[in-house]
Design a protein around this ligand. Structure first.
Ligand code: DX5
Ligand code: ZN
Length: 228
């Protein structure tokens, strides 16, 4: 069985107590913190930046932080996120004029690099970049908002990327983002995905007052993954 990782998207967390939410979701068995950065330009929404990433590190978060940049331009903000404690930095190729340079910048700043593909964005750039990156992130919704419906044709895309990674014998993670939860995580895993972003499915699953509020949804997703 491949190593599966669950990456709750804090976009759906309670921002008024973000540190506590992140502690809670990690204590409930999450592996990675998915950190959605939106700029009201590349995507029609506005969220959080390097200061919040740094605040989570200062709060004591040691798990990998997976920074998903939905910003344009990309390069200016990369060193700031590296300094703020990002582990992964992923960006959309459409948002960079010089994809190779942006990947290089991320790696030089000491972070792992990934490319993000919107549902209808073709995978061509992977031909030249797959051996230089650590992660491919497939969007299974149009970026900008949590709580949208999973777009099924992305499963075909996942199978394609899995094949490319395996044929080249590379150690690249395949992550999916959008509309994933207990009901479809197994199908997504069977398409070759190993890292699962889940925002509303995780943070919407439980009552605020329960100290172990995310245990059961994460356990349910792991039980589904165990069938893969
Ligand atoms: C969408 C973001 C996602 C989002 C996923 O642009 O990149 O990470 O939070 O949310 P759910 O899991 O609710 O679809
Ligand atoms: Zn995301």
């Amino acid at each position: 069985m491949p190593e599966f990782r669950i990456a709750p998207s804090i976009l759906s967390a309670n921002f008024a107590k973000l540190g506590e939410e992140v502690d809670n979701v990690l204590a409930s068995g999450a592996d990675i913190v998915h950190f959605d950065v939106m700029d009201n330009h590349y995507v029609p929404n506005l969220t959080i930046g390097p200061l919040v990433c740094e605040a989570l590190r200062k709060h004591g978060v040691t798990a990998p932080i997976d920074v998903h940049l939905m910003v344009k331009p990309v390069d200016r903000i990369i060193p700031d996120f590296a300094k703020a404690g990002a582990s992964y930095i992923t960006f959309h190729p459409e948002a960079s004029e010089h994809i190779d340079r942006t990947i290089g910048l991320i790696k030089e700043s000491g972070c792992k690099a990934g490319l993000v593909f919107n549902p209808a964005t073709p995978l061509e750039v992977l031909e030249y970049t797959l051996d230089k990156i650590d992660m491919v992130l497939l969007m299974s919704v149009n970026p900008g908002f949590g709580g949208q419906k999973f777009i099924p044709y992305v499963l075909d895309k996942a199978r394609k990327v899995r094949k490319m990674i395996d044929e080249r014998g590379l150690n690249v993670s395949l992550e999916i983002d959008g509309g994933v939860g207990p009901a479809n995580i197994l199908d997504v895993a069977k398409a070759g995905v190993d890292t699962f972003v889940a925002g509303s499915a995780v943070f919407g699953a439980a009552k605020d007052s329960d100290p172990n509020r995310y245990n059961s949804v994460i356990a349910t997703m792991r039980a589904e993954l165990a069938k893969a």
